[in-house]
Design a protein. Structure first.
Length: 191
């Protein structure tokens, strides 16, 4: 269990890994539905999470099942942030599948309930996922974000990520176009 970070973060926050989550049958049983609630609310509000319409419960359950299975094989890490027994955030990274890219992983999702945004939940999740990547021997952790997601891009920069590319106007949401921003954290420099 990772305690909440200091400096304005939510005091009762705990960040569980996939193993800790699976060890609590009540939390594990409600995890996919709770995650879907967070993701759907964010997507409905226009968040840049890869969906235009909120994902279905089945889609989220299947995705999280795959990530949990990969985490058991050290090919991913899954983290869940709780205030008491309420899920308030989740995130995961997955190793690249190509053999030549196996030393590297992609931080694919970081989602925080709108009711606790700005209170350190995203930072706690991201820091735990970075620590998991270091422990798993990941050399480079990458991510991409929509160019207008300034809060997330700022968070990642503050954690040591740097931009390594940008595709102008690449993300299409209806008639709107946004840049796709690529960032990376070279964990080899931290060892």
């Amino acid at each position: 269990m990772i305690p909440a970070p200091t400096g304005g973060a939510t005091a009762d926050l705990v960040v569980l890994d996939a193993r800790q989550l699976a060890a609590d049958p009540e939390l594990e049983a409600a995890f996919a539905a709770s995650a879907r609630r967070i993701l759907a609310e964010l997507v409905e509000g226009g968040a840049a999470l890869g969906w235009v319409e909120p994902p279905s419960g089945d889609e989220v359950a299947q995705l999280l099942g795959r990530v949990a299975s990969e985490a058991a094989a050290s090919d991913a890490a899954l983290r869940a942030a709780y205030l008491g027994r309420r899920l308030v955030g989740l995130g995961y990274w997955r190793r690249y599948a190509r053999p030549t890219h196996r030393p590297h992983a992609d931080l694919e999702k970081l989602a925080v309930d709108v009711s606790v945004q700005g209170r350190g939940v995203g930072r706690a999740l991201a820091a735990a996922l970075i620590a998991d990547a270091e422990e798993a021997g990941v050399e480079v952790l990458t991510l991409d974000a929509r160019g207008d997601n300034t809060g997330a891009l700022g968070l990642y920069r503050s954690l040591g990520f740097g931009e390594y590319g940008r595709l102008p106007g690449f993300v299409a949401v209806g008639e709107l176009r946004y840049d796709k921003v690529f960032q990376m954290l070279d964990l080899r420099r931290r060892r």
